[in-house]
Unconditional design. Sequence first.
Length: 259
Amino acid sequence: MSKSKSLVILPTYMEKKTLPVVLANVLSQEAADILVIDDNSPDGTGRIAESWAGRDPRVHVMNRPGKMGLGTAYVAGFLWGLERDYDCFIEMDSDMSHNPLDLPRFIAEIDKGADLVIGSRYIGGKISVVGWDFKRLLLSKFANFYASRILGSRLSDLTSGYRAFSRRALEQVAFDEVHSGGYAFQIEMAYNLCMAGMRVEEIPIVFTERASGSSKMSKAIIREAVWLPWRLRLRRINSSFIRRALGMKKKHEKTEQGG
Ligand SMILES: Nc1nc2c(ncn2[C@@H]2O[C@H](COP(=O)(O)OP(=O)(O)OP(=O)(O)O)[C@@H](O)[C@H]2O)c(=O)[nH]1
Ligand SMILES: [Mg+2]
């Protein structure tokens, strides 16, 4: 029995075929509540979520007026869960790419004291992905290599969207200042937690390409992810410059006080 009360956050945009399967699988196998965040999907995904919420008190729905991006959906979901008594916040795609059978392993790591648990497709140099063509694999591997090298990260899968956060992590890291839309949101959150000295763990997962519906990845999302590591690095240089400047000022003040 898990110590943590868990919330699975499912952002949806046009996922009417897969959402019911994901909801049924999550509900059947783990004592977690679910928050669906739908951005007024034209295919009626939000209404499907509403009807599940009407039948099962563990399912909640947040309807937003229009497509506002994955990152802001997670920020809204975290805020919603923090106002309630959840201790473990799990991000999961609604397109059946993430296996709900993995949920207990994420929750177990949070129970053991991890602040962020990343479901990694690339642990130990292996590639655990089903259904990607070579181009898609190359894009994901390159995105990870690129971001890790620039940020100096030891993590094998910075862009993975299957992950769990502890309450402590979300209370201490200013996640609402992160406005990235897609992969960049995942990179920035992992980076911010590492920089804050939080305990970040990776567990192996198998990622399965969506069988229906369509990807929401766009050129804008890729562009954002290309710039993000440089933006974060610049922020690090700026803050160490400011710290150094403040440190020097303090020394100076001390000398003056000391006389
Ligand atoms: N609420 C909301 N959900 C979104 C938005 N964009 C994507 N999603 C959801 O976020 C999850 C991940 O999006 P995908 O399109 O599958 O992106 P991906 O998994 O990175 O890309 P693929 O591998 O091509 O599927 C899915 O459940 C989407 O429905 C958005 O703007 N708003
Ligand atoms: Mg997907």
